[in-house]
Design a protein around this ligand. Structure first.
Ligand SMILES: Cc1ncc(COP(=O)(O)O)c(C=O)c1O
Length: 444
């Protein structure tokens, strides 16, 4: 073992002792496998869609360039297929401009590392994704000007804003950035966006705000044809270009849509002003110094968007919502007889938007993510795996201490029978835990 390996092994041992050791696990989730996957973010079940596979293969067969893009967007990697996909996204998401990234991680790191300037402020939800933190760490915004607010709490954001506006002078030209997500990936709860935006509006003049909304978990799932929650609220960027005008209040300036979850591919698009787009093209290192998305991914994204904009897309969204309602009903019954120190759900999420009455989706859509809180996430995950269900534990530092859980992700292609099976297995686990608890009590 080298000196380096010895030192690293010691550090890894520390992680093991704290029950925080991570390792890569491979599960067979193919259709012939007995395991049911409740951990993937494939919310619309698109990765197993036969018609999508066929349309993708047909398009590959008739397209001359299907392999790598051969360079960064600034060199050989800016092709007409990349540009025309960006145009499609501008129209679809009603955005003044769009910029593709190789991942949501790259997009967040690029934006937060470069766009906020040293005199600006960055106010962020305490549970915002790690990529925002990584970007901020390499930004020029001093630590004392990066301030968290309590998760999804309008009162907390108000306290932060009261504090920073007291300090500012009337000719303060700094921009106040806000970083939040529309649907949080660990609790599966929605941001109360309208309330947060109302508070922001009261304290910061519009021309000094830059609200950045990460829609990684809502892309493809919510809003007409999957345009996201910002769009469903009519809050997408305020602008007026040609025949694409802002529809509503337009208080969200930048939106991040990612392709690795419900979209079933990989990559991301940042929806922003043309000036922010040019700035990123000039300064964002993950964009400048990395090979652009391969042609095969661009082709797959075009095929997925054809589905999202079709009746099949609506059907998939509808199925996902039905499955979400169904599991909540079953879990309510189970949890009503379960002590919360064995298993519980966070309080019911507030749903800040309703789907349009013309849409086939329920007016109060559910979430595809459930965080079932338990002090023994590893034991529960192992138990469920033995019963044929892949449900992954989530432990600190991914969640705060005390927030240990198993995370259940739903998919449009799941049947009620599969959900029944999972809830029965959860019930068995609760019974075992209850019996153990009673045994201990009897001995006292
Ligand atoms: C909220 C959020 N933002 C950004 C990302 C990063 O996206 P990607 O997987 O495309 O890198 C993730 C991925 O887990 C996420 O959950």
């Amino acid at each position: 073992m080298t000196e380096l390996d010895t030192r690293l092994s010691k550090l890894l041992q520390g992680r093991k002792e704290k029950n925080r050791y991570r390792s890569l696990k491979e599960y067979d989730t193919s259709s012939s496998s007995a395991l049911v996957d409740f951990s993937s973010n494939d919310y619309l079940s698109l990765t197993s869609s036969t018609p999508l596979r066929e349309s993708f293969l047909a398009r590959l067969a008739s397209t001359p360039s299907i392999f790598g893009s051969t360079g960064s967007r600034l060199l050989s990697g800016c092709t007409s297929s990349h540009s025309s996909l960006e145009k499609r996204f501008e129209e679809f998401f009603n955005s003044p401009s769009a910029l593709l990234f190789n991942s949501g991680w790259d997009a967040n790191v690029s934006f937060f590392a470069t766009v906020p300037q040293p005199n600006d402020w960055v106010i962020y939800d305490e549970l915002v994704h790690a990529s925002v933190h990584s970007g901020l760490r390499s930004s020029r915004v001093p630590v004392e000007r990066r301030i968290p607010f309590n998760h999804n709490d309008p009162e907390s954001i108000e306290i932060v804003l009261r504090g920073i506006t007291k300090e500012g002078s009337s000719n303060d030209k700094s921009t106040v950035f806000f970083a939040m997500e529309s649907l949080y990936s660990m609790d599966g709860d929605f941001s109360p966006l309208p309330s947060l935006l109302d508070v922001i509006e009261r304290y910061i003049p519009r021309e000094r705000q830059c609200v950045v909304l990460d829609e990684a978990h809502s892309t493809g799932v919510y809003g007409d044809n999957g345009r996201g929650i910002g769009y469903a609220l009519g809050e997408e960027g305020g602008f007026d270009i040609g025949d694409r005008r802002k529809r509503g209040k337009g208080r969200i300036d930048v939106r991040l849509m990612t392709f690795g979850k419900a979209v079933g591919c990989s990559g991301a698009v940042l929806l922003c002003s043309p000036t922010v787009r040019s700035f990123l093209i000039n300064f964002a290192r993950p964009l400048i110094f990395s090979t652009a998305l391969p042609h095969s991914t661009i082709i797959s994204l075009e095929c997925v968007w054809d589905v999202l904009q079709s009746e099949e897309g609506d059907q998939r969204r509808q199925n996902l919502m039905s499955i979400s309602t169904y599991i909540h009903t079953l879990l309510e019954q189970l949890l009503s007889r379960t002590p919360s120190d064995i298993l519980h759900l966070p309080p019911d999420p507030i749903i800040p938007f309703a789907t349009s009455p013309s849409s086939s989706l329920p007016t109060k859509p559910g979430s595809p993510i459930l965080g079932l809180l338990t002090p023994s996430p590893h034991a529960l995950s192992t138990f469920l795996l033995e019963k044929g269900f892949i449900v992954r534990p989530v432990v600190p530092p991914t969640v705060p201490p005390g927030g240990e859980r198993v995370r259940i992700c739903l998919r449009a292609g799941m049947t009620k029978e599969v959900i029944d099976g999972l809830v029965v297995a959860l019930g068995d686990w609760v019974d075992i835990r209850l019996a153990a608890k009673n045994e201990v009590r009897a001995k006292l």
